[in-house]
Write a new protein. Structure first.
Length: 411
C-alpha cells in the first residue's frame, strides 16, 4: 500500500501595498458623495487650522508694529506730592508743558487730572437731563495733552495754550457723548453745562492714538478748571508725554529734574514697558488661544470621519464577511479601512491647507495687512490631515477586523 502524500500547508494570504491602495480607492469611489462629505470634515478642520495659525501670525505681526510705535513712545509722569502728599498741592508748575517739551526727543506733553466736582451733572442745557442719564467724566488738561493724544477730529478743533492761559470756558468732547447730549453740529456754537457753568464745545473727536478714555470724557482747559474748581482733589495730577522712537526712557529719566530741579522726588516717571517682553507675552497668549481653537476644529473633523467610517463598516458587513471567507486576514481588513480613512484625511488636508492659505491672504488684503504664514504650518497640514484620518479610522477598522465570517455572511 502506497503511503499517502502529505498535503502541502496552505500559505497565508497576502495583500500587497498596491492591492491595498487599489481596494481603498475602490471603496472611496464606490460611494463618492459620502466620501466627499467625509473628507469635508477634514477640509474644514485643516483649513481652519492653517487659517487660524496664519491669521494669528499676521495679527501678532500687526500688534508688534503697533507696540513698537505707540508703547515705545509714551511716557507718563505722576505727581506723588513728595513725603506729605495729603498736604501738597499741585506739584506741576504752570509751564510744565514747555519744560518737558524742551527735552530732546519730546514731541508733545501735557498735564491732566479728573474734575469730580464737574462730573455730577453734564448737561446740554442749564436745566435738563444729564448726558444719557449718566455721569460723564470731566478732565482738566493743558493743551499739550490733546497734542500728545493725537485725536481724530470729527468737527471743530482742539483748544490751545491761549485758551489754557486765559482760562477760556471751552470743551472738547467725544463723539459718543456729543450724540447723547444731542450735539450734532458746531455751527451753532453749542454749549454744555458743567456744574451749572457753560462751556462752549469747540471740538468733537472720535478717535485718539493715546489715552483712549478721552473719548468718553469732557476735556476742558487746565486754566479754566483751576479758576472754577481749584487743583486736583481726589486724584493727583499726571502728565502724558509723547516722544520720538528711542527717546522714551531717556525722557523718563530727565522729566523729574526738568519739572522741579529742587524737588524731583515729587514726580514718578513711568517709562514704557520693554516692547520685546510685551510683544512676546501678547503673542504667546494669542498663539495658545488660537491653537486651541484650531485643535477643536480638527477634533470636529476627526469625529466626522470616525462616524462615517463606522457607518461604512456596518453597511459593508457582508462584504467584509465574504473577504474573510475567501482568505482575507483581520489585518488586511484593518489595513483597508485605515487606508480609506487616511486617504480621505490626506486629500482633506491638501484641500484644507489651500483654502486656509487663501483665507489668510484674503483677510490680509481686505484689512491692508502683510500676510504672515509659517511654511512649516502649510507643509505640515497634509500630514495633520493624514494623522487625523488614521486616528479617526482606527476604531472602525479594529471593529471591522473583529467581524466573524460566518456571522457576517448571514446579513
Amino acid at each position: 500500500m502506497r503511503p499517502r502524500r502529505r498535503a502541502r500547508p496552505v500559505e497565508p494570504s497576502r495583500l500587497p501595498l498596491r492591492d491595498l491602495l487599489a481596494e481603498a480607492l475602490a471603496g472611496i469611489l464606490q460611494r463618492p458623495a459620502r466620501s466627499a462629505l467625509t473628507g469635508l470634515g477634514t477640509v474644514l478642520g485643516v483649513g481652519a487650522f492653517v487659517a487660524v495659525l496664519g491669521l494669528t501670525a499676521t495679527a501678532s505681526s500687526r500688534i508688534d508694529s503697533r507696540f513698537s510705535v505707540l508703547s515705545a513712545t509714551e511716557v507718563s509722569v505722576e505727581d506723588t506730592g513728595g513725603a506729605r502728599p495729603e498736604l501738597a498741592g499741585l506739584s506741576f508748575p504752570a509751564d510744565a508743558d514747555a519744560r518737558i517739551q524742551r527735552l530732546n526727543g519730546v514731541e508733545a506733553a501735557g498735564v491732566y487730572w479728573p474734575v469730580p466736582q464737574a462730573s455730577d451733572a453734564v448737561r446740554a442745557a442749564p436745566v435738563g437731563r444729564t448726558a444719557g442719564g449718566e455721569q460723564a467724566a470731566v478732565v482738566a488738561a493743558s493743551a499739550g495733552v490733546l497734542a500728545a493724544a493725537e485725536p481724530h477730529l470729527v468737527q471743530g478743533r482742539t483748544f490751545d495754550s491761549w485758551h489754557d492761559t486765559t482760562g477760556r470756558q471751552v470743551a472738547v468732547v467725544g463723539s459718543a457723548l456729543a450724540a447723547r447730549l444731542g450735539i450734532t453740529t458746531l455751527d451753532t456754537q453749542p454749549a454744555i453745562f458743567l456744574d451749572g457753568r457753560p462751556f462752549t464745545v469747540i471740538g468733537i473727536v472720535d478717535g485718539v492714538r493715546r489715552k483712549a478714555d478721552l473719548l468718553l470724557s469732557v476735556t476742558v482747559p487746565r486754566g479754566a478748571a483751576e479758576r472754577l474748581w481749584g487743583g486736583p482733589d481726589r486724584e493727583r495730577a499726571k502728565m502724558l508725554v509723547a516722544t520720538r522712537i528711542g527717546a522714551a526712557r531717556q525722557v523718563a529719566d530727565e522729566a523729574p529734574l526738568a519739572l522741579d530741579p529742587a524737588h524731583p522726588e515729587n514726580f514718578t516717571p513711568v517709562p514704557p514697558p520693554d516692547p520685546r517682553t510685551l510683544r512676546a507675552g501678547v503673542g504667546s497668549d494669542l498663539d495658545r488661544l488660537f491653537l486651541l481653537l484650531a485643535g477643536v476644529c480638527l477634533v470636529i473633523g476627526a469625529v466626522g470621519i470616525a462616524n462615517t467610517t463606522l457607518v461604512a463598516v456596518l453597511e459593508r458587513t457582508a462584504e467584509i464577511g465574504l473577504r474573510r471567507a475567501l482568505g482575507a486576514r483581520g489585518r488586511h481588513v484593518t489595513g483597508q479601512f485605515l487606508a480609506e480613512s487616511a486617504s480621505l484625511g490626506l486629500v482633506g488636508g491638501l484641500v484644507g491647507a489651500s483654502l486656509g492659505v487663501l483665507t489668510v491672504l484674503g483677510v490680509a488684503l481686505a484689512r491692508g495687512w502683510t500676510p504672515v504664514l509659517d511654511p512649516l504650518t502649510v507643509a505640515a497640514a497634509p500630514a495633520v490631515g493624514l494623522a487625523t484620518g488614521l486616528l479617526a479610522g482606527a476604531y472602525p477598522a479594529w471593529r471591522a477586523a473583529r467581524i466573524q465570517p460566518a456571522e457576517a455572511l448571514r446579513h
